[in-house]
Each structure stands twice: as structure tokens, then as C-alpha cells.
Design a protein around this ligand. Structure first.
Ligand code: ARG
Length: 470
């Protein structure tokens, strides 16, 4: 190729190069399509950095004022879709800096004093994650409120509880909804914990070894609302633990959304018929006119696999990287953004879906008349009458066998029939055998008794209402 056909080197780092990058290589190395999303954070951290430069007398008042006005204009242009993106310039950081130079001239070239893209990108990503966690957590809270509201309403709604997806013991529907609430409560807490560890400011670390200019890092941290500054510049630019930690929280949240979705799909099937998904969240079939399919919930379940894949993705990305910064790290944002998007959009839709769920009380109750669902209660009864548990278990096994043979439920048997198996059984046994009665007795903290569920749901709602917005 003739030299004249070659392009000029990159204006930001091309000093030691004769020629610009190969076009294919430029495209290959560009991260602009992904990191465009960091524009607000990039401008925010640049504004704070400019102020630190000013305070250290590294730029004069005029330059400072030009920089902040220029950055402000760029922010508005991006927000109004008027910004001219240059794919050639690799990433968001260089796009903004280049645009600033075009607007304000030489002063823009001073903005990168005491800063490297290595500490800049990690600062931006941390800022972005902190905001995203706040958004996800407020959506978790919203979803929890929908769940707890329903739990309050259905605190005494009888339904079968399952193990191995087989009928196990009667429970209340409100109790099951509170189980979902607890799962989300842990997600909320995990995200808060991870946010605490994200909150260390890398700016001031330079490319890897720190900076020689006397910038006040603590002030900078305060302004950008970081709790503290990073304590080792090599670690600061190579650390992506915070992204892994976030992705593992997102993965767990995805897992929870998927498990809840799975139950909604099962319960809304014709065979179960316990709940009805609002029509607006269902789709029909182009061939089977009768179909109402739970597509939205299936995509909640299916989409959660991205949160698992992204966790594995970032861990594999980091595994073999030596300290400090390597360009591989640029790939981190794809994983992070995709998981954020899944969490935000899924929580948004899941909370409205829960609100709109219709409950078929009768079907839930009917299924408690199947599967000898109070057999454990009968064993408990015998234990309370002094029979050792193992023996009680075996007696009840025989009663179940007898009831199954006669196609009856154990609570349909007469007292005489029951007494053939144990003389300890008396009239009071029926409060143990009837599902609607037996649930009342599980009245310890965490149990399924309507009273308990009402208490827990009331407490949970109070806690959620008092939760501070971050
Ligand atoms: N686009 C890069 C990233 O996302 C920014 C940092 C580049 N630093 C460098 N020394 N090449 O990681």
C-alpha cells in the first residue's frame, strides 16, 4: 500500500505513530457502541476532575470555565441527539474529549492532565453501577410491595404446598408470596453490600502508578459521592471485582425471577388453574385459536440465563489477566449492561404482572382435597398424644393406604375407621385433618398460619414503606 493512502494517526495517542490504524483494526478495537452509555458519568467525572485541576492550579480560571461550559454543551448535545459520534475515536472518553477540543480549543487538551483512560473508565463504570443498583433496588422494592400487598389480601387463602412438585402440606397463598418477598429481600441486601464495595474512587491512579500532580483525591471522592479513595493505584485500574460482584447479585436476582416465573407458568396452566395471568401479558397462537400463552413470563424465565452467562463471561474475561490494565477489560461493559437491562426491564414487568394476577380461590382449595395432604398433621396429632414419631409415621402410613384403597381422603374417614388403627385417636383429630383447620396451627414465626402470615406481611409492608430511597 502506498503511504499516501494511509490515514493520520489517532490525535489522542498517535504521537509516536507515523500512520493511523488499519480501518478493520479501528472498528475491531472500538467500544463506542457499548460505552456510549457512560456519557453522563464520563462528563460528571470530567467536571469533577477539572475542578480538582483548577484547585491544584493546573488550569487557570478561564480554562476551567471553558471546560465546564464545553462539557455542559456536549451533555446537552448528546441528550438531544445532536452529538456527532466519531467511531474512529475508539470510545466515549475520546469522543467527548475530542468534541471538547473542537469547541473550546487548547484548554481541552489540559483536561487529561493527571488522568489516564485506565482510571477514567473504571471511575465511569463505578458511577454507572452505583446509579443502576439504586434503580434496580427501587424496582425490587416496588415488586416486593406488590407481593406483600397480595400476601395481605390472601393471608388466609388455602392452597397446597409442594415438595418435588407433589402435593405435600396445606399452606396459605400469602405464605408462598412472602417466600418470594424474602428472596427479593436478600437480593436487595446483596446489592447494597456490593454498592458499598464499589464506592471507592479510582481517579488519581493514572495509568497504573499514581500521578505526580497534587490533586485532592479525597475532595474528588466526596464530590463524586464515593465513600473513599482507592488505596493502591495498580489495583484501582485493574480491579473489576466490583463488576463481578454486581453480576453475581444480578445472577441471583435473575435466578429468583426465573423460579418465580416458573411457578407462575405452572400455576396458570389449565391443569392447575390456580392463577390467571392478566391478558395484557399473554399472547395467542396463530394456529390454535384457544391458546393464551404466558410468553412474557417465559421470557422472564428464559432471559435470566443471560445473567448467568454474563457472570461466567466476566469471570472468564478476568481470570488470566495480569495486573494492571489490559484492553481485554473493555469487554466488561457488555456483560454488565446486558445484566442491568435484564434486571430493570424484568422487574418492571414482573411487578405489574404480580399486581394483575387473578387468583382462583376455589381451585386452590379443591386441590387440598387431594393427595392425603394432612397425613403429616395426623402424625403430629399422634405424637401430641404420646405416640413416638416413628410409630406415628407408620400408623399414618397404614391409614393412608386404607384411605387410598377406598378412594377417600383421610379426613373423610369416620372416627371408628380411624380408631381401628390407633385407639389414641379421638374426636378432636378433625381439627388436624381438615386442611383449612390444620394450617392455623403452624403459628410460629415463619409458619403458614393465616395469623402469622398477616403479622409477617404487615411487618414487611411497614419495613418497605420506611425504606429510604437511595
Ligand atoms: N475503551 C477502554 C475500555 O473500555 C478505555 C481504556 C483504554 N485504555 C487504554 N490504555 N487503551 O477499557
Amino acid at each position: 500500500m502506498k503511504n499516501k493512502k494511509k490515514k493520520a494517526p489517532n490525535p489522542m495517542w498517535g504521537g509516536r505513530f507515523d500512520f493511523g490504524s488499519n480501518n478493520v483494526a479501528k472498528k475491531y478495537t472500538s467500544s463506542l457502541d457499548k460505552d456510549k452509555r457512560l456519557y453522563k458519568q464520563d462528563i460528571k467525572s470530567s467536571l469533577a476532575h477539572a475542578l480538582a485541576l483548577r484547585e491544584a492550579n493546573l488550569i487557570d480560571r478561564k480554562e476551567y470555565s471553558k471546560i465546564i461550559k464545553g462539557l455542559d454543551k456536549i451533555l446537552k448535545e448528546i441528550e438531544n441527539n445532536k452529538f456527532h459520534w466519531e467511531e474512529e475515536l475508539e470510545d466515549i472518553h475520546m469522543n467527548i474529549e475530542f468534541a471538547l477540543e473542537k469547541k473550546i480549543g487548547r484548554a481541552a487538551q489540559k483536561l487529561h492532565t493527571g488522568r489516564s483512560r485506565n482510571d477514567q473508565v473504571v471511575t465511569d463504570l463505578k458511577l454507572y453501577l452505583i446509579e443502576s443498583i439504586n434503580e434496580i433496588n427501587s424496582l425490587i422494592t416496588k415488586t416486593q410491595k406488590s407481593l406483600v400487598n397480595k400476601a395481605l389480601k390472601f393471608h388466609n387463602q388455602l392452597m397446597p404446598g409442594f415438595t418435588h412438585l407433589q402435593l405435600a402440606q396445606p399452606i396459605t397463598f400469602g405464605h408462598h408470596l412472602l417466600a418470594w418477598h424474602e428472596m427479593l429481600e436478600r437480593d436487595y441486601g446483596r446489592l447494597i453490600d456490593s454498592k458499598n464495595r464499589i464506592s471507592t474512587l479510582p481517579l488519581g491512579s493514572g495509568a497504573l502508578s499514581g500521578i505526580r500532580y497534587n490533586l485532592n483525591r479525597n475532595k474528588l471522592a466526596k464530590r463524586l459521592r464515593f465513600k473513599e479513595v482507592t488505596k493502591n493505584s495498580i489495583d484501582a485500574v485493574s480491579d473489576r471485582d466490583f463488576a463481578i460482584e454486581f453480576l453475581s447479585c444480578a445472577c441471583m436476582l435473575g435466578l429468583h425471577l426465573s423460579r418465580m416465573s416458573e411457578e407462575i407458568i405452572i400455576w396458570s396452566s389449565t391443569q392447575f388453574g390456580y392463577i390467571e395471568i392478566p391478558e395484557e401479558f399473554c399472547t395467542g397462537s396463530s394456529i390454535m385459536p384457544q391458546k393464551k400463552n404466558p410468553d412474557v413470563v417465559e421470557l422472564l424465565r428464559g432471559g435470566s440465563s443471560k445473567t448467568i452467562a454474563n457472570l461466567i463471561g466476566i469471570v472468564s474475561l478476568l481470570k488470566n489477566q495480569p495486573l494492571a490494565y489490559n484492553r481485554d477489560m473493555q469487554e466488561d461493559k457488555g456483560f454488565v449492561f446486558e445484566s442491568i437491562d435484564y434486571c430493570v426491564s424484568s422487574l418492571e414487568i414482573f411487578s405489574s404482572l404480580v399486581e394483575g394476577l387473578k387468583i382462583n380461590r376455589k381451585r386452590m382449595e379443591e386441590d387440598c382435597n387431594l393427595g392425603q395432604i394432612t397425613a403429616t398433621e395426623l402424625a403430629d396429632y399422634l405424637v401430641l398424644k404420646g405416640v413416638p414419631f416413628r410409630q406415628a409415621h407408620s400408623v399414618v402410613g397404614k391409614i393412608v393406604m386404607y384411605a387410598d384403597k377406598t378412594k377417600l381422603q383421610i379426613f373423610d374417614l369416620s372416627l371408628e375407621e380411624l380408631r381401628k388403627f390407633s385407639k389414641k385417636i379421638e374426636k378432636d383429630v378433625f381439627s388436624f385433618l381438615l386442611p383449612s383447620e390444620s394450617i392455623k396451627s403452624r403459628n410460629l414465626v415463619g409458619g403458614t398460619a393465616p395469623k402469622q402470615v398477616l403479622k409477617q406481611a404487615t411487618k414487611a409492608m411497614k419495613m418497605l414503606k420506611n425504606r429510604k430511597k437511595s
